[in-house]
Design a protein around this ligand. Structure first.
Ligand SMILES: [Zn+2]
Length: 441
C-alpha cells in the first residue's frame, strides 16, 4: 500500500498553522472562560481517515481474519492497534455514529435514533436535530478541510470547510430510498440524477454523485451472490465508496469520514448463515440450503467490504491516522420479526463493534482494551494537536503516544450553518418498507 502524494507544502510554509488554527478557535470560543494556552510546536502530521463499517461483528472479523479472508483488516491489525469498541446500550446506528462524530452520549448530542415521533407524525432524525459541534465543525473552524460521505444524520448538509455528501445524496437505485427522498422534497419520478434534493455541500457535488451512480463498472473484483438484495446493497456501497474516493482525490481533505452500511444490511437478512442450525426456533422452518446460501452471502459481503476498505487504505500513508470501526455487532433475530430478517442488534450480545487504528503514535500489533465510540473524536483532536473539550463524554484512547492534549470547556459555541431544506413526515407505509429493507430499524 502506498500513500497518495499530497501537497503538504501549505502546511510546511506555515509552521504556525496550528497557532493560526488555535487563534481562529479562540475567536469563535470567545465565550469560554478557559484560555487556550500557548500552542506547542508540533511537527505537522498527515491526514485523518475515519471509515465506518456499520454493524461489522467482532466474532466474524476475528474468524475470517484468521482464515485469511480479510487481508486489509488483517494488515491494519498487524500495523496498528485493534480491538473491540463499545457503542451505546440502545443499539441504533444514528445514535452511535453521532457519538463517534461528537465524543458525546446521545443524551447530549440529541440524535436518539432513526425515527423521531413528533405530534403523531414520524420524521427521520436529521443533522439539524444534533446539539453542538461535530468533528467536521471543529476542524473546519480550525482551518482544516473536511469531507464526510454518507455519515448518518448529516442531512441537511452543513456548510463546512470542505464537502458533505449527506446520507440522502446516495439513494442509489433503491425504490425505497427514492420514495424516502420524495418525503424530503424530491419531486421527480426518475432516479436521483434528476432530483433537486439539497443533499450535498457544496450543492454542485450532487451532480457528481448522480454521475457516479451511473457507473456500471465494479469497484472491486470480489464476487458477491447474484441475489437481488445483495446486489442492491452492494451498488449502494459502491456508490458511496466511489463518491468518497472522488472527493478524496479531488479535495485531499485533512479529515475524511465515510460510512459503508452494507455489512449491517446484509447481516439483517443473512445472519442465519453464520449461526448453528439450532440458533433459530424450529417453527421458523429454516431450510439447510437457505442457511448455507446465507452463509455464503455473509462471507462474500465481508470480503467485499474488506476489499473496499483496502481502496481507502491505499489513499492514506504512514504519516496519516486511519481509524476503521463498526458501531455494533450482530446476533440472531428469533422474535416475531419479518421472516426474512434473521439478524439483529438489540441486546448486550451485539453492543461491541470492531476497531482498528494505524498511524504515527499508534502502537503496532497492539490490542486496545476498552475503547468507546465516544473516544474517537477526542483521540482525533489530540492526534491533530487540537484541544479536547471537557464536555465530551469520551477521552483520548490510552494507547495514543504523545503529550496529553490541551483542553477547553466546549466547542458548542461554534456556529453551524446548514442548507435550508423542507422536510415532510414519513408515512407509515414508507416507514414499514424502509424497515423491511433494513434501512431503518
Ligand atoms: Zn442494523
Amino acid at each position: 500500500m502506498r500513500s497518495a502524494p499530497r501537497d503538504h507544502a501549505a502546511l510546511h510554509r506555515l509552521p504556525f498553522w496550528r497557532l493560526a488554527a488555535l487563534a481562529a478557535l479562540a475567536v469563535v470560543l470567545a465565550g469560554c472562560t478557559e484560555p487556550l494556552g500557548p500552542p506547542e510546536v508540533i511537527p505537522p502530521r498527515g491526514r485523518v481517515l475515519i471509515l465506518g463499517i456499520d454493524g461489522t461483528a467482532p466474532r466474524l472479523v476475528e474468524e475470517w481474519m484468521a482464515a485469511g479472508y480479510l487481508p486489509n483488516l488483517q494488515s491494519l491489525a498487524e500495523r496498528g492497534t485493534s480491538g473491540l469498541i463499545r457503542g451505546d446500550e440502545l443499539i441504533l446506528s444514528p445514535r452511535i455514529w453521532t457519538s463517534v462524530a461528537t465524543g458525546k452520549d446521545p443524551g447530549k448530542h440529541g440524535i436518539e435514533g432513526w425515527v423521531l415521533k413528533d405530534a403523531g407524525e414520524n420524521h427521520l432524525f436529521q443533522g439539524s436535530h444534533r446539539k453542538g459541534a461535530a468533528l467536521w465543525n471543529i476542524l473546519s473552524t480550525a482551518g482544516l478541510e473536511v469531507a464526510t460521505v454518507n455519515w448518518l444524520a448529516t442531512h441537511p448538509p452543513e456548510k463546512v470547510n470542505g464537502v458533505v455528501i449527506s446520507e440522502l445524496a446516495t439513494p442509489g437505485r433503491s425504490q425505497a430510498l427514492m420514495k424516502m427522498g420524495r418525503r424530503f422534497g424530491w419531486e421527480g419520478e426518475e432516479a436521483p440524477a434528476a432530483h433537486a434534493l439539497a443533499a450535498t455541500w457544496p450543492p454542485e457535488w450532487l451532480a457528481r454523485v448522480a454521475g457516479a451512480g451511473e457507473s456500471e463498472e465494479r469497484l472491486v473484483t470480489i464476487r458477491t451472490p447474484s441475489l437481488k438484495l445483495v446486489q442492491i446493497i452492494r451498488e449502494e456501497d459502491e456508490l458511496v465508496a466511489r463518491v468518497a474516493l472522488d472527493v478524496e482525490s479531488e479535495t485531499k481533505p485533512d479529515l475524511l469520514m465515510v460510512l459503508l452500511q452494507g455489512n449491517d444490511r446484509v447481516s439483517h437478512f443473512y445472519w442465519l448463515g453464520v449461526e448453528p442450525r439450532d440458533a433459530y426456533p424450529e417453527e421458523h422452518g429454516i431450510k439447510e440450503r437457505r442457511r448455507i446460501r446465507a452463509g455464503e452471502s455473509m462471507l462474500a459481503y465481508y470480503r467485499f467490504t474488506d476489499s473496499v476498505v483496502g481502496l481507502f487504505l491505499d489513499r492514506f500513508g504512514p504519516d496519516d491516522l486511519v481509524l476503521v470501526l463498526s458501531d455494533h455487532g450482530f446476533e440472531p433475530s428469533v422474535g416475531e420479526a419479518l421472516p426474512e430478517v434473521t439478524g439483529t442488534h438489540d441486546s448486550d450480545a451485539a453492543i461491541e463493534g470492531v476497531f482498528f487504528a494505524r498511524g504515527p503514535g499508534i502502537p503496532a500489533g497492539h490490542i486496545a482494551p476498552g475503547v468507546s465510540v465516544n473516544d474517537v473524536t477526542p483521540t482525533v483532536l489530540a492526534w491533530l494537536g487540537l484541544p479536547v473539550a471537557r464536555d465530551m463524554d469520551g477521552s483520548v484512547m490510552g494507547f495514543l503516544k504523545g503529550a496529553p492534549p490541551d483542553t477547553i470547556d466546549s466547542y458548542d459555541s461554534i456556529p453551524i450553518e446548514r442548507l435550508d431544506v423542507q422536510t415532510k413526515a414519513l408515512d407509515a407505509r414508507i416507514l414499514e418498507r424502509l424497515k423491511a429493507l433494513g434501512y431503518v430499524e
